[in-house]
Every structure is written in C-alpha cells, then in structure tokens.
Design a protein around this ligand. Structure first.
Ligand code: PRP
Length: 223
C-alpha cells in the first residue's frame, strides 16, 4: 500500500521558523517553504511523503482536530484557549513565556481583595478559567484582539491577562506582572485518529524530536 502523506499545520511566524529549523535537524526539509516571497500556502516533500501548511496560530488546533492536518505546532496558550480534541504530545521547549495577570501598581489591591474588576484579554477562556475556577474571583472579561496592554492605559480595564516574554512591553507602558497563571511554550499536537493510524511514523517523529529538545518533554496525553 502506498504511504499516505503526513500533513503538518504550523502557526505562522516565529514558531513556524523554529519548527522548520528543528525538523531540519532530524533530516526533514522543505526547501520551497523557505522562499519568503512565495504566496504558496501548502508545501510538499514528495520523498518523505510530507505536506506542510502555514495558518494563523488559533486555527492550528482546528485543522488538527478535524484531521485536515495530522500534526500541528502551536503555543500552549492557543491550545488552552481553543480547547480542541487533540493529543498534546511534546513540549518543543522553545517559545517560552508566561501567561500573566498584569496591570498598573494600583491594581494590586483590587486583585488581593477579589474586587469585581475588568479584565481585557485575547484569551477569554484562559482568563475565565483562572479567575472563576482557580481564584474564585468574579470579574468582567473583555475580549480584545491585540495590543492588550492598552486596556489599563486607556481606562478600558483594570488589568490584562496576556503573554509576557521579556517583560519589556509591560515596562515600557508602566505595567507590571501581578499574578502568574502558567508557563507556556511551543507544543506538538496530533489528530486523535492519525495517532492510531500512523502510530509508527508519528511515534518515531516524536522520539527524534524528543532527543533534540531534551528528555522529559513528552506529555503523556495519549496511550
Ligand atoms: C505579545 C504579548 C505582549 C508581548 C509580550 O504580543 O501580547 O504584548 O508579546 O512580549 P514581551 O514581554 O517580550 O514584551 P504580540 O507581539 O504577539 O502582539 P499582539 O499585541 O498583537 O498580541
């Protein structure tokens, strides 16, 4: 029987570039993907029977859940927010950052006293889960699509729930981290049916990447 293609969905941008570097180290290359001027959306490695496509990060878990991609690489933040039925199989160890509750100094008291505050975020599900289920604090969540730091600056919200990497965006805008929700990094996710049908190929890929990324990174989210 002819081998079927394994399809990868990669979140556009830094994560995709890092993933391609990693794959190259285990002998998986896709030359045509490196052409930055290309408007092509899907790339094929005929020899290895692999396909790759780039999509918006939040769409990666969707492609993987529906089986349009067998494998995806995306940030843990997106996996948590999208909450799709996929197996999270490997922490790739790059794209490390933290999901935090941030705001001006004055927000500290509001957080300590569990006041009913306004929270601006690109991640309403993560924010809701944190405040309602973990902190047991009733808050009003306001969904934004980017530059969330503006929230407290222009008086839209008291705090934000957002990704902090170097902390410089906060610093430059007079904001600080008040509470840490969780650590984040790039993860590999797999379609649940693909994991059963293509166990050998996918397991071998995971093992090779695991060797590269360091031990102990495999997440036992599947049997
Ligand atoms: C992310 C995040 C913060 C910033 C944190 O934004 O939302 O704004 O990076 O990085 P730092 O701690 O190193 O300053 P991104 O650049 O993804 O754009 P966005 O504002 O559109 O979400």
């Amino acid at each position: 029987m002819e081998e079927r293609y394994l399809t990868f969905a990669l979140g556009k941008g830094r994560l995709a570039n890092k993933t391609l570097e990693l794959l190259e180290q285990i002998g998986i290359t896709c030359e045509e993907m490196k052409d930055k001027s290309s408007r092509k959306l899907i790339f094929v490695n005929e020899e290895l029977k692999l396909k790759f496509f780039l999509s918006k990060g939040p769409d990666v878990p969707t492609y993987v859940e529906y089986g349009a991609a067998d494998i995806g690489v995306v940030g843990k933040d997106t996996i948590m927010e999208e909450n799709r039925r996929v197996y999270e199989v490997l922490d790739l160890g790059f794209g490390k950052c933290r999901m935090c509750v941030c705001g001006p100094q004055s927000a500290k008291e509001l957080l300590i006293h569990h006041e009913r505050i306004r929270v601006a975020t690109k991640y309403p599900l993560i924010a809701r889960d944190y405040f309602y289920n973990k902190k047991h604090q009733t808050v009003d969540i306001i969904k934004l699509n980017g530059s969330v730091e503006l929230g407290p600056i222009v008086g839209l919200s008291d705090v934000i729930v957002d990704i902090v990497e170097t902390g410089s965006t906060l610093k430059e805008n007079g904001l600080m981290v008040h509470e840490e929700i969780c650590s984040l990094s790039a993860r590999m996710i797999v379609n649940q049916v693909s994991m059963q049908m293509e166990t050998d190929r996918i397991r071998s890929l995971i093992l090779q990447l695991k060797e590269l990324c360091g031990k102990g990174n495999e997440i036992n989210a599947y049997r």
